[in-house]
Design a protein around this ligand. Structure first.
Ligand code: HEM
Length: 134
């Protein structure tokens, strides 16, 4: 069974109601936790790529947790292309936890045990999915 799609979606919606654009918060958290990730992006002109990478990742998460119409497949495809960008598999997977933790910090008092559990399950499922060859 998929991680509860409503709870995952809800967590993004609550965060969006508190912050118009979570992109800077996500990358700040990523680079604080994994400083080596910064050097993987071009030093100039990487902002649109970073914004688009996050937007596509969120789309994939919502599809993975929800209807699985196809966007979720991005996760498996990008594991392979990120080998080419020099992004280790563990770091690739860590991006999902960074997104979760950014939402948790924003949502604060509304971060319920149910939302926490849905995300725990989702992260386990994504890791297993990314381990399967595309
Ligand atoms: C911390 C982990 C990650 C790092 C360090 C990373 C790094 C990168 C880098 C360096 C690029 C740009 C390559 C270029 O300059 O052309 C890129 C692009 C991209 N990444 Fe990631 N990535 C990570 C995680 C992910 C995840 C989890 C996904 C989605 C499942 C993803 C999806 C994408 C996509 C779709 C692009 C292309 C964006 C575009 O040009 O529109 N990345 N990533």
């Amino acid at each position: 069974m998929n991680a509860s799609p409503n709870l995952i979606e809800q967590s993004f919606e609550i965060a969006a109601s508190r912050c118009a654009d979570i992109t800077p918060l996500v990358y700040q958290r990523l680079f604080d936790r994994h400083p080596e990730a910064k050097a993987m992006f071009r030093s100039q002109g990487s902002e649109p790529v970073m914004g688009s990478m996050l937007a596509l990742t969120i789309e994939a998460i919502l599809d993975f947790a929800g209807p699985r119409t196809g966007h979720f497949r991005l996760i498996a495809c990008e594991v392979a292309s990120h080998d080419g960008y020099g992004t280790p598999r563990d770091l690739f997977i860590a991006f999902f936890a960074v997104i979760r933790d950014t939402l948790r910090a924003l949502i604060a008092d509304e971060w319920s045990p149910e939302i926490a559990q849905a995300w725990d399950q989702l992260l386990v499922e994504i890791e297993a999915f990314a381990a399967v060859p595309a």
